[in-house]
Design a protein. Structure first.
Length: 295
């Protein structure tokens, strides 16, 4: 494991602690504001923040497990647990969306009080905080190449979306008064649809990672550009990439002079391997297959 990768893992874990603490505070604030402010949309928001806490705990477990070094039973490391954890995070999102939708429909059918105007101030602050949280976590997810951290970032974005819909619903109920009390509940129902859509956006890349889908064209071009700079490497042919956690595992066919000895070819392969790992720190296992140029 490279020093850079260790740093990435530490960054991802610290970012997950940030998500857990933030969601705990928001779940409490939303729940209290929703209860005392007669807003089911806020209570629905609190439900989602509560599921976010458990989802972030799962992400934290996955990141710590993925840090384990390769061993006899896991020669490529433990990084594949990240997309598996992402699937569980998606399950939490779908579950929370289903609960919110069901409860919203129930509240639409039952007359209730209009939400308190002051709940809009609470929601405004929440929206700003969740959007800031999303941007922080998604940046760290991109920086560390962590699939589960990117999924955690989308939890913040979906939370911000539910808060926006709640803000709109409560505003309608407060402005138009009697007869529009259910606008708050319709907002919560709409939010559940956004959560389901975001669940798909999180699920799709994680599935691609599990299936070793070909989605790394930019990285392949970078690998080829670095390889051709190595003295003795005349070009490259096949290049396959698999992602596991924060690592990219590479199988590369490199062309060399067909007249050199097996030992020279072996040395070139190691030279190319070391150069690639040095220039592209997020690479894990790099397997080099030597091809004679004159075939």
């Amino acid at each position: 494991m490279t020093k850079k990768t260790k740093t990435n893992a530490q960054i991802a874990i610290r970012t997950t602690y940030f998500s857990i603490i933030g969601n705990m505070g928001l779940a409490l604030v939303k729940g209290l504001a929703g209860f005392f402010g007669n807003s089911y949309a806020l209570i629905a928001d609190a439900i989602e923040s509560t599921t976010d806490i458990f989802a972030s705990l799962l992400v934290l477990f996955g990141l710590k497990y993925a840090k384990r070094p390769a061993d006899e039973n896991h020669p490529y490391g433990h990084g594949k647990i990240e997309p598996l954890i992402t699937f569980l995070v998606v399950a939490f999102l779908v579950t929370s969306a289903t609960i919110i939708a069901y409860e919203s429909i129930q509240h639409i059918r039952i007359p209730h009080k209009t939400p308190k105007p002051w709940t809009l101030l609470v929601l405004g602050a929440i929206i700003i905080w969740k959007e800031i949280s999303y941007r922080i976590v998604v940046q760290k997810g991109a920086e560390t190449n962590s699939t589960s951290l990117k999924a955690d970032a989308w939890h913040h974005r979906s939370d911000a979306i539910t808060s926006v819909t709640a803000f709109i619903g409560i505003s309608i109920a407060v402005i138009f008064g009697k007869g529009y009390e259910t606008a708050d509940d319709w907002a919560a129902l709409l939010a559940s649809g956004f959560i389901l859509y975001n669940s798909y956006l999180i699920f799709r890349p994680a599935l691609g990672e599990i299936m070793d889908e070909h989605v790394y064209d930019d990285l392949i071009e970078e690998i080829r550009a670095v390889a051709i700079q190595v003295d003795g490497i005349l070009g490259t042919e096949k290049c396959y990439i698999r992602k596991a956690g924060m690592y990219y595992h590479v199988d590369l066919h490199a062309m060399v002079d067909g007249q050199i000895s097996v030992t020279q070819g072996h040395d070139l392969a190691h030279k190319l391997q070391n150069t690639l790992k040095k220039e592209i720190p997020n690479l894990g296992h790099v397997l080099i297959h030597i091809e004679p140029d004159d075939l």
